[in-house]
Write a protein that binds this ligand. Structure first.
Ligand code: GLP
Length: 247
């Protein structure tokens, strides 16, 4: 696991965008696993800026998103479809047929989980998976549990996640209680994983997840076992990681 220290949010975004950019430049038909949340917004802006300058071309890239709220239409302003469209897809030359997210409106859970899992495997797996980090150690929407999940599944969101995400909704009552998410195995099979993290409020969970025990009660801790993980964090998020820590 490589831990890269960035000065601040902008620097974190630029460093993370550099890794994604290198992936796409070296392998133009890469499959990128993408994430939502407030953390990656700066990364998407940086990539869009480089695209506009002609430095990066997404025409052959395919993207698969980690998760989507259950029951939100793609047009709903808090759906991850809407987020991706407005924060990233609208600003680069990704082909719309090459961007995928779980279908939050599919009520047949088994059908949707099977479809999305099969789609990812049919693409040949993920070259680079971008992740954020929840305050309780969740990745995608894989909440703390007594086992590691496998493939795409429907999860019940924890109170802590509903609370953390209510800032985007009118009230906590409006936050969906369930979501479709890639499982830990789906994420773990990515060739390379890039986790971006920012802010003092994430410092404790960064230390617990990456210097503590590997346990499904902290889902992100499993990343300690992956052969190619890059944690890019700003000073605040990495403030509890001793300088020179061997991880
Ligand atoms: C949501 C997403 C995660 C994201 C997390 C952290 O729950 N499902 O993929 O990593 O929030 O979000 P933020 O970056 O806003 O702290």
């Amino acid at each position: 696991m490589k831990i890269i220290r960035a000065k601040n949010y902008e620097d974190m975004s630029r460093k993370a965008a550099n890794l994604i950019s290198a992936q796409v430049i070296l392998k133009p038909d890469s499959v990128l696993g993408l994430a939502t949340g407030s953390t990656p917004i700066g990364i998407y802006q940086q990539l869009a800026e480089w695209y506009k300058k002609g430095d990066i071309d997404f025409s052959e890239v395919t993207t698969v998103n980690l998760d989507e709220y259950y029951g939100l239409t793609p047009q709903h302003h808090q759906s991850y479809h809407y987020f991706m469209q407005h924060e990233f897809f609208d600003h680069v030359n990704l082909s719309p047929e090459h961007t995928f997210l779980p279908d939050g409106m599919e009520q047949d859970h088994e059908k949707e989980c099977t479809r999305y899992t099969a789609l990812i495997y049919a693409l040949g797996g993920i070259d680079l998976q971008l992740l954020g980090l929840g305050h309780n150690g969740h990745i995608g929407f894989n909440e703390p549990s007594d086992y590691f999940s496998t493939d795409v599944h429907l999860v019940n969101l924890t109170e802590s996640t509903i609370h953390a995400n209510q800032r985007f909704f009118a009230s906590a009552d409006d936050v969906p209680r369930q979501a479709y998410t890639m499982g830990i195995r789906t994420i773990f099979l990515a060739n390379r994983i890039l986790l971006a993290v920012s802010g003092k409020d994430k410092a404790d969970i960064v230390r617990t997840a990456f210097l503590g025990k590997v346990t499904p009660t902290i889902p992100a801790s499993i990343l300690q076992l992956h052969p190619d993980v890059w944690i890019i964090g700003d000073e605040d998020a990495l403030s509890e990681i001793p300088k020179g820590a061997v991880v």
